[in-house]
Design a protein around this ligand. Structure first.
Ligand code: PAF
Length: 283
């Protein structure tokens, strides 16, 4: 496994593969890898001849009140996990290498950046779309794999790639879950035992929505059912329950008449958990 700390090293590795006619898949991450990320790596392996994982804790997607310095990091463990998956190269730049003296140019998808999580975290998605564009320009992948867990991020990146004619395919990957259904996240380790036990209610409430959706109910009834189910996790502070068009994330009203995504954000102590599921009326 090649470890590239500079853009030049990364470009050099990819150049060699492309010369040999090989395709490249990339899995962008912020490190502290878990089974969810490894699922993305395996998906990239199925799609492409060569797999690059990137590890970069991107400062431009953290708000002033979000602590970048306490973001968990474990480079040695991450590298061992990636090596065991047969990853061909890891791109591990530092902030200086990534942004240098510049940093005056941004890529933004204004509509999708301003809603939902974007409204709660101003500037977050501008940081994501900018760093992802930079990673695409450095790695020049044929495929990039993103988890459905960060559904708004996935939707926004798809839109960006379409709008800017970026020459690659965005490959979505289903949310990887613990045995009890909790979506895998590097934040899960920060849950207390009590919160961890209650956190399972997020995925349970999504199952409630999925079942109810089959009978094409009113959107308001779906939301009420999800909130009622989440109330079974009394320590969780429900920050948002949104039911949106699964393609565009536009607001829905009236009866459920198309695929929709249920997006949840629930806070346990200081840990904000998110989860999502696409639901649809039965045919
Ligand atoms: O999903 C993440 O881990 C990050 O937002 C990403 C896509 C690696 C960009 O920094």
């Amino acid at each position: 496994m090649i470890i590239c700390r500079t853009k030049a090293e990364m470009r050099e590795a990819v150049r060699g593969w492309k010369r040999a006619g090989e395709t490249v898949g990339v899995v962008p991450t912020m490190g502290y890898l878990h089974e969810g990320h490894l699922g993305l790596v395996r998906m990239a392996r199925q799609k492409a001849d060569r797999v690059v994982a990137t590890i970069f804790v991107n400062p431009t997607q953290f708000g002033p009140n979000e602590d970048l310095t306490t973001y968990p990091r474990d480079e040695a463990r991450d590298l061992a996990l990636l090596e065991a998956e047969g990853t061909d190269a890891v791109f591990l730049p530092n902030v200086e290498e990534m942004y240098g003296a510049g940093g005056d140019t941004f890529v933004e998808v204004p509509g999708l950046s301003a809603i939902l999580q974007g409204a709660l975290r101003p500037g977050h998605f501008r940081g994501v779309s900018t760093v992802v564009t930079k990673l695409f320009n450095i790695v020049t992948p044929d495929f990039a794999v993103f988890g459905e867990k960060d559904y708004q991020q996935l939707t926004l990146i798809r839109q960006m790639v379409r709008d800017l004619d970026m020459p690659l395919e965005i490959v979505p990957h289903k949310t990887v879950r613990e045995a009890d259904g909790l979506a895998m996240s590097s934040r899960n380790v920060r849950l207390t035992a009590e919160h961890r036990a209650e956190a399972v209610q997020l995925s349970r409430s999504l199952t409630v929505a999925e079942e109810l959706a089959k009978s094409a109910p009113a959107i308001s009834a779906l939301e009420a059912a999800v909130r009622q189910s989440l109330a079974e996790a009394p320590s969780g502070k429900v920050e948002s329950v949104d039911i949106r068009d699964a393609e565009t994330l536009e607001e829905l009203s009236g009866m459920l008449d198309r695929p929709a995504v249920v997006l949840l954000a629930v806070r346990f102590g200081t840990v904000l958990l998110i989860d999502q599921r696409v639901i649809a009326p039965a045919d």
